[in-house]
Design a protein around this ligand. Structure first.
Ligand SMILES: CC(=O)N[C@H]1[C@@H](OP(=O)(O)OP(=O)(O)OC[C@H]2O[C@@H](n3ccc(=O)[nH]c3=O)[C@H](O)[C@@H]2O)O[C@H](CO)[C@@H](O)[C@@H]1O
Length: 364
């Protein structure tokens, strides 16, 4: 039988959405007749990105809880009840054989109801520090696919499988050649290119840094692809020029990774997994605003293997120019970082997760 029905749920940021899309693509590859439905949160990024990837999505009325007491929080219990009812109705109608959650608040109510109904559920945790939704679901689900060691601090040991993080297949084997990629961004073939990534939503402090260093980058003859984030685009689009290409969001990450010689990036779990596969020199600037400072931990794991450079936001003013110059001028060091980061990649993560889904279905 391969006319299975699967529901994938996760979202809020790209870090939860793209793993779900990668898993869906692999399910479609193995079970071409399978029906796939996504469930996300209304008004969040997944409502746009999932249909772009060719899948149907239903949106729940749900959001995270704010740390402070706000009017939005007063609505939270209502939202949870409404989402639980809506999840039950989606599950009754679609009758999935398995449900996969990739984190973010939308996956909470859906997987909760699915597990109560006895539908086999699997969750995938991208970070070395477990997200709250996945922690709450851990007892109810059958399997938990993780990317880091030591996750039994958060989850029951017997459910954990270390698979790595799913990466979209077009990023696993970059098939585009550099000329096409440069043409796509309208860049000069003969100049070195720096890619700046602020995570799926953009990063204010990285944008401020880049704005401040534009003439510094020019001294190296660099051209830039600068993903500033949807929220910040109005502020930074004025810098878009022949040598600096400013984007709210890059849909063709395959082109972006192919075009560039050097990368400055946040160290969200997805970025780290992708950049390990891409194998180019990276300077990580972790977000200090995430739970348990997990982006710093992600980046440090690479720095410990001499596979990337990391600069904390608080050190940017004093260290950035020196570290960047060092790396730009030392080709050997660039090569060393490229080789070492590539060694840390786990390119078959998606396949391994789908193997686990098959086992849950009693196959494989
Ligand atoms: C601020 C915040 O809460 N960040 C979290 C969020 O990061 P964030 O949402 O930034 O996610 P990741 O770094 O994990 O992944 C970003 C994903 O977005 C894609 N992308 C990004 C920019 C762009 O222009 N185009 C594009 O397609 C990347 O290719 C990648 O697939 O989820 C991660 C995974 O749970 C966490 O580790 C991060 O700490």
């Amino acid at each position: 039988m391969d006319n299975y029905r699967f529901i994938l749920s996760g979202g809020g940021t790209g870090g939860h959405i793209y793993p779900a899309i990668a898993i869906a693509n692999e399910l479609k590859e193995r079970f071409p007749d399978a029906e796939i439905l996504f469930v996300g949160a209304k008004d969040r990024m997944e409502m746009e990105k999932v249909p772009q990837a060719g899948y149907k999505i239903e949106g729940l009325w749900i959001s995270g809880v704010q740390r402070k007491l706000t009017p939005k929080n007063l609505m939270f219990p209502l939202k949870v009840i409404s989402s639980l009812v809506r999840s039950a109705s989606i599950l009754n109608k679609f009758k999935p054989h398995a449900v996969i959650g990739t984190g973010g608040f939308a996956s909470g109510p859906l997987l909760k109801v699915a597990s109560v109904k006895g539908i086999p559920c699997l969750i995938q945790e991208q970070n070395s520090y477990a997200g709250i939704t996945n922690k709450l679901l851990a007892d109810k689900v059958k399997k938990i696919c993780v990317a880091y060691e030591g996750m039994d601090k958060f989850f029951p040991k017997d459910k954990i499988v270390k698979t790595g993080n799913p990466v979209r297949s077009d990023l696993i084997s970059l098939s585009e050649n550099r000329d096409n990629a440069m043409q796509f961004f309208n860049l000069d073939m003969d100049k070195p290119t720096l890619l700046v990534l602020g995570g799926s939503l953009g990063a204010r402090r990285i944008n401020e840094l880049i704005e401040d260093k534009l003439s510094f980058f020019k001294t190296f003859g660099l051209q830039l692809i600068w993903q500033c984030g949807k929220l910040y685009y109005e502020e930074y689009k004025k810098y878009d020029s022949e040598e600096v290409k400013v984007y709210p969001f890059i849909n063709r990450m395959d082109f972006a990774y192919t075009a560039t010689d050097m990368i400055i990036s946040r160290s969200g779990a997805g970025a780290v997994s992708e950049l390990s596969i891409v194998g180019k020199p990276v300077i990580f600037i972790p977000s200090p605003n995430v739970a348990e400072d997990h982006q710093t931990k992600n980046a440090k794991a690479l720095v410990a293997e001499n596979a990337a450079v990391m600069i904390a936001e608080r050190d940017l003013d004093t260290e950035f120019e020196e570290d960047f110059t060092d790396l730009m001028l030392t080709k050997n060091r660039q090569q060393e970082l490229s080789d070492n980061i590539k060694r840390m990649s786990l390119p078959d993560a998606t396949k391994r997760i789908v193997d686990e889904i098959e086992k849950m279905l009693g196959k494989g």
